[in-house]
Ligand binder design. Sequence first.
Ligand code: MG
Length: 379
Amino acid sequence: MATNRRDFLKISGLTLGLSFIDTKSAAAPLLKRFGSNKKQKMTLSFQLYNLKLKHTFTVASNSRTTTPVVLTQIEYDGIVGYGEASMPPYLGETQASVTKFLSKVDLSPFSDPFQLDEILAYIDGIEDKNTAAKAAIDIALHDLTGKILNQPIYKIWGLSKNNTPNTSFTIGIDTPDIIKEKTLEAGNQYKILKVKLGRDNDKEIIETIRSVTDLPLCVDVNQGWTDKKMALDMIYWLKERNIVFVEQPMNKENPEDMAWLTQHSPLPTIADEAVQRLADVKSLHQAYSGINVKLMKCGGMREAHKMIELAHALNMKTMIGCMTETSCAVSAAAQLSPLTDWADLDGNLLITNDLFEGVKIINGKVTLNDRSGIGIRKI
Ligand code: MG
């Protein structure tokens, strides 16, 4: 389904109404226009959209075939930056909550989109939580500022696209025959695979995958192991089978057991559910070897960048992950990937109705392009 821009809700100052945003003038000479004396304003608009999943997505509590998102645009001086909020149901945000949040946003006091610190501090202060809604603003502002400067964000941050990691691709929980089939298929395209563990058949799943591939694997336990000694035994067993790291092995509310496990573990332990925002990182550095940073958890690219820098300063490993998202939010996350040890950026590959083209996975590697902003174009 193509985007109908007339469906975008436009918010200018405190007014709210249906409108059509003309993006054609984006091709005008950008810096010249930006340098004009005419007072410009930023205009936020957004659209609800449902991502269709290629395969039914199953977690312990439910199965689903769609993921709701909200797509944002911030327009300034004829240039449009795109953003996105993705709301998998287990994270607590919905299209209704994001709509409510975005309807409170008033960008009129800010003179231009380069006031990122001030704008994002204001956004963060509107209401607690709502990190996906906040990310949708943050991503659009980054896309917009990059477009005005006519450079990709990774270049503005001084990063090299040569330093991007391989992305892992997740093999879903399934019957052994289907796991083998999916592993063989993914093994042709990816250099590292990710497997969900934490049920009662962990060894069986690993052995099934190991019967068809020697590729490095990472495992995500999603807090599923309850006993630290059993967890350590399992990690030793996994180490013998070329596992790279173990994500969120135990309950996030149990930092003492996690610290013991990390201290004894022969493999890096990575916090996912246990880490959301910048303020969480410092307290985790004894309990985990690294963190999985996701834009929808932390409120966007600017905070994600700070989290990764802080983690490195604390000698922790870093990983950039995503939710099920279009190429908009995934490409935004990918701008950070040259900074990280690992990437798990397969969210846009799991849907059939992407609205954007952006970051690509080529021979398993996150491959950034030279487009300005977050590197996307509408398709
Ligand atoms: Mg995880």
